[in-house]
Design a protein around this ligand. Sequence first.
Ligand code: URA
Length: 235
Amino acid sequence: MQLERILQKHGFGSRRECRGLIRRDRVAINGQVCDDPFVELDIEGLIFTVDGVDWPYAEFATLMLNKPAGYECSRKPKHHASVLELLPVPLRERDVQPIGRLDEDTTGLLLITDDGQLNHVLSSAKRKVPKVYLATTKHPLDQAQIDQLLAGVLLADEYEPISAAAAEIVGENLLRLTLTEGKYHQVKRMVAAVSNRVEALHREAVGELTLPPDLKPGEWRWLSAADLQKLGYSK
Ligand code: URA
């Protein structure tokens, strides 16, 4: 594929703008500046560099973000900044979107992609992809609350009780809850339904994919093929 087209595909602007970047010596391949916009490159395993930043050739951009509190998952946020502002401009230009949503005050693992099929599959209620949350509660937890969460609680506007796939007390006020749905404010509403209250919420994992301990709040990372497998996804 032509270098100019590769840059365009990766969100670096129009073909003309990408050509300008290349002609101004801002692009390198294998550490060598390349000023020919029309050079044909093998995309397999290609890593190109723009202004010193490496970009792997990615047919689709799929990444994880350690979402900090104070960001909304919407593209058009109402009260806070959008999580997408934590990403570099070329990724935003690719029209990436969060897969499902976390509340503004929820922290932790958020997946983001421009792959519509992946987004659809992972958000689909039918797939029942487990999501693991750590909830700090206002009141101490007890076994009766855990039993209720596992047996199922009826939430307002729902016709059937919803049960947690797993629930365990990991501290006096710390609950680990695994859910296979993604209903609005689901953790907060379920915890409220057992007469407690969520004071802080963090997502630790989606499927088998856990938030890496070295990924700091606000940081993002590309998903590898192995990560996608942990989500139970292969094309
Ligand atoms: N459940 C909630 O209540 N909030 C979230 O952000 C995610 C799940």
